[in-house]
Design a protein around this ligand. Structure first.
Ligand code: NAG
Ligand code: NAG
Ligand code: NAG
Ligand code: NAG
Ligand code: NAG
Ligand code: NAG
Ligand code: NAG
Ligand code: NAG
Length: 473
């Protein structure tokens, strides 16, 4: 393998990719526009554009600014016009025939922070067009023939928050221009909404009824957002009321807020029902000890109110102290993930651990057997000595085991010997292997022997927490 030939090859591939990129841009960018990596500018009126430029997906994702002006054939902004410009921040469309903007036109453009729509042909604009993002960014609409209709009232409500907006006018049904700030169409009111009760505290399995009442003009549409609920639900709507009936409350829904929203052409308002569901504890998992920084017996429990936790070691209550104690690492609405943490446990800590979780609605318990230190089990047969790892299922609890024996020493000496030979070989190879052909091999040997001499016995990965979270999230 010749490395300089490789680099030359890479350079050619790179140059090819750059040329491909330029070619792609010039091919996809319309004649009236100039496109760079982050900006598209279309200001030439001939030949002009009818819709937003369509570049490759990658290129559109990198665009942060679009400036379009002087276009006589651009009439509308559809659902798909800006769909792939997901990083768009600044949008200017001015001096075009733009007459309508779809309510979902900016659905994917959640990063928009500046929208200039001056001097177009917009007569109405729905609040839904801008519902997905922060209402505080500037929205410039001056120079559009806006109608004095209910659908546009939200613009007035919004203008009241912007101090430096120029006097915006609208045209009423007699063709007379009116100041936007004073126009008040009849029967045009933002919805108000109320949920009763707002807060429910009930046992698991019970039934709940909540009423969402809305007013507004035109009459708003009322929607309960029950998509994520596990509990069985039924919704009945009558006029300005919507009744939600939940039967057999599921603990999975504890802590959830069920939103009721009311919307009409003027705007949208929300209220919510908060669920607090009481249920007896369950120990979802109790795992064998794992070695992290310290030893850990991982568990996951649920229960509302949060259960009290107690431990038993070989059926005797465990006194928690600095060296052995319960640690809660992650608490979600419903679950507590944690550990019984043991600092430097020895074989006297071996045995059965029982966890009891209890609140005023019930209790649960689970046990697990723990083996922290296995005193070596030596088999004497003539001069050969075997190290036999003890069976994990058998508790070994004799405290008077012999100290680590000769076998261990032999193994250590053996490893050291191999490492030493390795080092000597490496030095020889490095010294005599300076020429290029041998050089590659020398480096291979180096890696091989480094790995051999520095690798330590595999230790269990400290993944207990992620295991718990994975199995219950
Ligand atoms: C888009 O931007 C990303 C990150 O800045 C960059 O890695 C990528 O090459 C860009 N894509 C194009 C087509 O310019
Ligand atoms: C844009 O939104 C549509 C839904 O309107 C969705 O299907 C699509 O995946 C989104 N595109 C991107 C690039 O996020
Ligand atoms: C977006 O527009 C604002 C206001 O004109 C300007 O300050 C900002 O620099 C623009 N950002 C980009 C990315 O062009
Ligand atoms: C503006 O839009 C209206 C329809 O809303 C249309 O009749 C009119 O011709 C348009 N004006 C221009 C200059 O495109
Ligand atoms: C809206 O913008 C303001 C100021 O720019 C910011 O503080 C706020 O967090 C934003 N809210 C959302 C929901 O993005
Ligand atoms: C809901 O009820 C619970 C329990 O009665 C109480 O702790 C909580 O503060 C209440 N929340 C609200 C918003 O009223
Ligand atoms: C420990 O749990 C196992 C099953 O999980 C059960 O068979 C055993 O009886 C329990 N031991 C004690 C002492 O509770
Ligand atoms: C010693 O080794 C033999 C066979 O290798 C085995 O059958 C025996 O159980 C071992 N004894 C102990 C105490 O481990």
């Amino acid at each position: 393998m010749d490395s300089s030939a490789g680099e030359y090859g890479m350079a050619r591939v790179g140059l090819f990719l750059v040329l491909m990129g330029l070619w792609r841009f010039s091919d996809a960018c319309p004649a009236s526009c100039t496109c760079s990596i982050s900006r598209i500018v279309c200001i030439d009126s001939a030949p002009g554009i009818e819709d937003f430029p369509v570049l490759t997906l990658d290129d559109m994702e990198n665009i942060t600014e679009i400036y379009i002006a002087n276009q006589n054939r651009l009439f509308d902004l559809s659902d798909s016009s800006l769909r792939h410009y997901i990083n768009l921040r600044n949008l200017t469309v001015t001096k075009t025939r733009l007459t309508s903007i779809s309510p979902d036109a900016f659905f994917n453009n959640t990063r928009l922070q500046y929208v200039n729509l001056r001097d177009n042909n917009l007569s109405t604009l729905s609040w839904r067009t801008f519902q997905n993002f922060n209402i505080t960014f500037p929205l410039l609409l001056f120079g559009n023939p806006l109608d004095c209709v209910c659908e546009n009232l939200w613009i007035k409500l919004r203008l009241q928050e912007e101090t430096d907006s120029p006097e915006l006018t609208c045209t009423d049904d007699r063709g007379v221009a009116q100041d936007f700030a004073t126009f008040q169409p009849p029967d045009c009111v933002v919805p108000t909404v109320e949920v009763t009760p707002r807060n429910v505290t009930q046992m698991e399995g019970s039934n709940v009824k909540a009423i969402c009442t809305a007013s507004g003009s035109p009459a708003p549409e009322i929607v309960w957002n029950t998509e994520e609920l596990s509990t069985h639900k039924e919704v009945k709507s009558v006029d300005t009321e919507s009744i939600l009936t939940l039967s057999g409350l599921s603990p999975d829904d504890n802590g959830r807020a069920i939103v009721c929203s009311a919307e009409n052409m003027v705007g949208q308002t929300e209220a919510s029902l908060q669920l607090n569901i009481l249920f007896a504890p369950t120990i979802l998992t109790l795992l064998s000890p794992e070695r992290d920084h310290h030893w850990c017996i991982p568990f996951t429990v649920t229960g509302n109110p949060k259960p009290e936790l107690r431990w038993y070691h070989n059926n005797k209550p465990l006194q928690e102290q600095d060296y052995i104690r319960t640690m809660i690492h992650v608490t979600t609405e419903n679950q507590q993930h944690g550990c019984l943490q043991l600092v430097n446990p020895t074989h006297i800590h071996n045995g059965e651990y029982k966890l009891v979780a209890e609140n005023k609605y019930g209790r649960d318990e689970k046990n697990i057997s723990a083996q922290f230190l296995h005193p070596p089990n030596i088999n004497h047969t003539d001069d050969i000595e075997y190290y036999t790892p003890p069976d994990d299922s058998v508790a070994v609890s004799d405290p008077n085991q012999p100290a680590p024996s000769k076998a261990v020493v032999y193994v250590v000496v053996g490893i050291a010997g191999v490492a030493l030979i390795g080092c000597v070989l490496m030095v020889i190879i490095l010294k005599y292997g300076r020429n290029s052909k041998f050089g590659i091999k020398a480096s291979h040997f180096f890696v091989f022997f480094s790995a051999l001499s520095f690798s330590s016995p595999p230790s269990p990965p400290p993944l207990w927490l992620s295991r718990l979270l994975l199995s219950y999230q």
